[in-house]
Design a protein around this ligand. Structure first.
Ligand code: CMX
Ligand code: CO
Length: 146
């Protein structure tokens, strides 16, 4: 069951400058920065809601590290902006299967590794009224305690 908004993904040209904007403007704190080679991106998670029960809400800032990456191609076409929304669930596998059974395209056969060891999958935006939708299950020991 999808229970919350885990994060909003925002594509940007310059990760460091964009982090600085969110820090300066709103005071959002950087929780984590990492590169994801498979996705061809560098990303920062900014914590908005600081609960420590695994129910945190974040902004995920995404910078492309390869022109042909998903985010690189999206930025070339659209410029900076909101790229996807991610719903949190305790069971990404079960939810992805249930949603697939409704005829909605799930992009990965099995969830992949996302930021901070989470497991993620995506629903095709054309099957979700134009919204690229991510499902995410946080790593067990992860968000609690940070
Ligand atoms: N939101 C809404 N619509 C989108 C979109 C987005 N982020 N990305 C593409 N689309 C739309 C395009 O506008 C296009 O529509 P039209 O045909 O009407 O023009 C259509 O989908 C196809 O777009 P495309 O530019 O040809 O892009 P691709 O088909 O190559 O890729 C998708 C689209 C969804 C398969 C790809 O974005 C994908 O695999 N996403 C999942 C992985 C991902 O997003 N990784 C980065 C984030 C990682 C993370 O969150 O950790
Ligand atoms: Co995301």
């Amino acid at each position: 069951m999808l229970t919350r908004i885990d994060h909003i993904g925002i594509a940007c040209f310059d990760l460091d400058k964009t982090i600085e904007f969110y820090r300066e403007t709103y005071g959002f704190e950087v929780l984590h920065i990492e590169a994801n080679e498979e996705q061809g991106l560098r990303e920062a998670m900014l914590r908005i809601n600081g609960t420590s029960d695994g129910g945190m809400s974040c902004l995920q800032l995404l910078e492309s590290t390869r022109e042909d990456s998903v985010v690189g191609k999206w930025l070339a076409k659209n410029g900076e902006g909101v790229h996807h929304i991610a719903f949190g669930t305790a069971d990404v596998d079960g939810d992805a299967d249930a949603i697939r059974d409704k005829g909605i395209r799930v992009l990965y056969d099995e969830p992949r590794i996302g930021s901070m060891g989470s497991r993620i999958t995506f629903l095709h935006p054309k099957d979700c009224h134009g919204v690229l939708t991510e499902l995410v299950t946080a790593a067990p020991s992860d968000r609690a305690g940070h």
